[in-house]
Design a protein around this ligand. Structure first.
Ligand code: ADP
Ligand code: MG
Length: 698
């Protein structure tokens, strides 16, 4: 699910119009839009296309290849046949041009029966697949030759879709919204715009949705990326101005207890972990309040560093809170912490869990223990920053997998304590120069070493014909006592996207594997309680195979799992695949990662191959970038990562630097943004920050 954080680029209009105000949006369509996170016309306009379809020139039928999306101009050569399976109706026909013939099929499209008459000429555009050794085009779009000529070589927006909402509908609504919106003054001061050679906001919005050509699209996109970074950096820099070098009012004392905990660990800390721990310890005991980012690749062992800091705080009589982005991860950390305390006879320090899915009674109990201080450590999701939570004496706040949280959430949690120390943990591999901009208010530590005991993960990039082998392999691993993840891009079947979904896949896999192997599913649409139960049972080994969406991507730790199989690997960014891979290879056993490529595109294979050659997150991000020229519009942008909706910190690093300099210049002249030329900007920044919070339901 793409991020829907939204900031008003229409500060002057001020007024938000409900999506229902658009002609043609009834109750049903409204619901579908809401499901996609869109409630107002402004939100619709800021829901930029996911990508663009280029309606290329038709190719001869003899040139079409499996896996390609292509366009042919061909005559209907046979009469239509209709096949009905239990799930859907399939209609098919053969089309021909002077170079060859090809089968065309459609699913559940009875309306085509009146259109496709033998002898007529059409343009068909669709994906080519292979069926019984023959090529066929699956569910192609149908155009009259004249209609196709109109769109030929143009860029057509493709939006993020929810089931039931067609791209056509979204396009129609965006067009209407664009026409009816009273576009307003630009919030970016003229000087900034001129200096950075940026186009006008109205032009940018119009063009990002309906570009005439790639050149225009680049210009528009650059402006929107700049805006996003600029506002973000302004927010960070203003924050920094307010927090600079706060004196440490309650310096802690180093303690033997943490040394003992380290001694008692079942492993030896890596040098990198030891160094970073000492940096943290010095901060906590030093003259200034800690604001530190700990960066480290997946599996580098960041959790124990957070735990040590919490234990040191508790030993010094201060409360600490650890905030993580998912319930699954919160519960896991909570249980590990309890374990660690028990093993070290430190159960005198109370730990509580606080997540949204707990019952009202459980929450009340947690609130009480947080308020009276009997909970020294609190672990939870963003339930930790709900208003009802009153802390006794919050001295240390930690956010794990930071890229999932905005700056504001971190700040919100800190504001609950008296100048608490702040520790931020992230696995996003950002080069230091960018980290300094994005985390402008933090010192940076890097855990640049993996535990030596780890066996490198063995990787394979294969096509779908490899599946039976993969299933046998998983079976074998399970027989040896191990566990496996299978990742699918979608939760359930969709007409719009051709990709594996968790629901159907789970049923199929149960058929494929022997009955005594327990296969269960996990996805974001399940109730939190259900998710927790499944995750617990997987962690304890009762479930052997977990079919899941990317919800397991963030931080989950089940060291006994040794196989990660990713379906439709082409649909994920490399950084995301790297995160997924990080779910295995966390224990002593040899681990394996199987990336199934669902198309046979050469470029995709090259990209996925990078994962074959390295297990290093920084290297992978860099290589991914090199493979994509500057001509790539939507590069390695990750849904969710850093919460940027259009900007990509890697690909757009140059714009990020420009935006950062521009923000510094503006603030230098006008730190409080009170000058008349910055009035719109100040308003927009406020909206930006506010909507970041709303996004989390706070
Ligand atoms: P991440 O940095 O991705 O958050 P974790 O902190 O979850 O990684 O650690 C991954 C796994 O490695 C855990 O099972 C943890 O117990 C283990 N681990 C951490 N440090 C070491 C180490 N120095 N040697 C061996 N295993 C370690
Ligand atoms: Mg982690």
């Amino acid at each position: 699910m793409p991020c829907r954080s939204l900031y008003g680029i229409f500060p002057v209009s001020g007024m938000k119009r409900n999506i229902r105000d658009l002609k043609g949006v009834g109750e049903k369509t409204e619901k579908l839009f809401n499901k996609a996170g869109i409630t107002t016309v402004e939100e619709l306009l800021h829901d930029y296309p996911r990508t663009y379809d280029i309606y290329e020139k038709p190719v001869p039928v003899s040139d079409v290849k499996e896996g390609m999306v292509c366009t042919i101009r061909a005559q209907i050569a046979t009469s239509l046949y209709v096949n009905r399976t239990s799930r859907r109706q399939v209609i098919g026909v053969t089309a021909a041009d002077p170079t060859g013939r090809i089968q065309l099929i459609w699913f559940n499209a009875p309306y085509l029966r009146g259109t496709l008459k033998k002898g007529m000429l059409f343009v068909f555009r669709g994906k080519v697949t292979r069926h019984d050794k023959r090529l066929q085009m699956e569910h192609p779009q149908v155009f009259t030759p004249a209609a196709y000529q109109e769109v030929e070589e143009s860029l057509q927006p493709v939006y993020h879709l929810t089931a039931g909402l067609s791209n056509k509908t979204v396009v129609r609504m965006v067009r209407q919204a664009m026409e009816e919106t009273d576009l307003s003054a630009d919030f970016l001061p003229d000087k900034v715009r001129q200096k950075n050679d940026l186009c006008d906001i109205n032009y940018a919005l119009q063009t990002i949705h309906f570009p005439k050509n790639r050149e225009e699209l680049f210009i528009a996109r650059r402006r929107l990326v700049f805006d996003e970074f600029f506002l973000f950096v302004l927010a960070v820099q203003k924050l920094k101005a307010g927090t600079i070098e706060k004196r440490n009012e309650f310096p802690m004392k180093a303690s033997w207890v943490t040394e003992d905990v380290i001694e008692n660990l079942p492993y030896k800390l890596t040098n990198a972990q030891t160094n970073v721990w000492h940096e943290i310890e010095q901060d906590l005991c030093g003259r200034f309040t800690m604001s530190r980012l700990v960066q480290g690749d997946v599996g580098s062992g960041k959790t124990i560093l957070a735990f040590l800091a919490m234990i040191l705080a508790a030993e010094n009589g201060r409360q600490s809170a650890l905030m993580v982005p998912t319930e699954v991860l919160a519960r896991q950390h909570y249980e590990s912490m309890q374990d660690l305390l028990a093993k070290n006879s430190l159960t005198k320090h109370g730990v509580v869990l606080l997540t949204g899915s707990m019952t009202a009674k459980e929450k009340r109990e947690a609130y009480a223990r947080i308020a009276d201080g009997s909970a020294a450590m609190i672990i939870g999701t963003h339930a930790l920053i709900q208003e009802k939570v009153a802390y006794h004496d919050l001295g240390l706040v930690i956010t794990d997998e930071q890229h999932r949280f905005g700056v504001r959430q971190r700040e919100e949690l800190s504001s609950r304590g008296r100048l608490p120390h702040v520790l931020v943990m992230s696995a996003t591999p950002i080069p230091r120069t960018l980290a300094i901009i994005l985390y402008g208010d933090l010192d940076i530590s890097i855990v640049d070493e993996l535990p030596a005991s780890r066996l490198p993960i063995k990787n394979a990039v294969v096509d779908t014909s490899y599946r039976p082998k993969a299933y046998r392999f998983i079976e074998k691993q399970v027989r040896e006592g191990r566990q496996a993840y299978v990742i699918c891009p979608m939760v359930e079947e969709s007409d719009e996207l051709d990709a594996e979904n968790v629901t159907d896949y789970t049923h199929q896999l149960r058929e494929e594997l022997p009955g005594d192997i327990r296969v269960e599913m996990l996805h974001g649409k399940m109730k939190p309680k259900e998710k927790n139960r499944i995750m617990d049972e997987f962690a304890s080994g009762e479930i052997q195979v977990l079919v899941s969406t990317t919800v397991v991507e963030v931080g989950v730790n089940v060291p006994n799992a040794t196989v990660m199989m990713v379906e439709n690997a082409e649909r994920f960014g490399l950084a995301q695949l790297h995160q997924l891979r990080g779910r295995v290879g966390r224990g002593e056993h040899q681990s394996y990662c199987i990336f199934i490529q669902g198309n046979d595109d050469e470029e995709t294979r090259k990209r996925l191959d990078i994962l074959n050659h390295s297990n290093d997150g920084f290297y992978i991000a860099g290589e991914d970038l090199k493979l994509r020229g500057p001509g790539d519009l939507f590069g390695i942008r990750q849904s969710g990562d850093m919460q940027f909706r259009i900007g990509d910190i890697f690909q757009d690093s140059k714009v990020l630097k420009e935006a950062s300099e521009a923000a510094a210049e503006v603030l230098q002249l006008d730190p409080d943004l009170t000058l008349p030329q910055n009035r719109n900007l100040a308003e927009t920044l406020q909206l930006f920050v506010k909507e970041q919070l709303e996004n989390l339901g706070i």
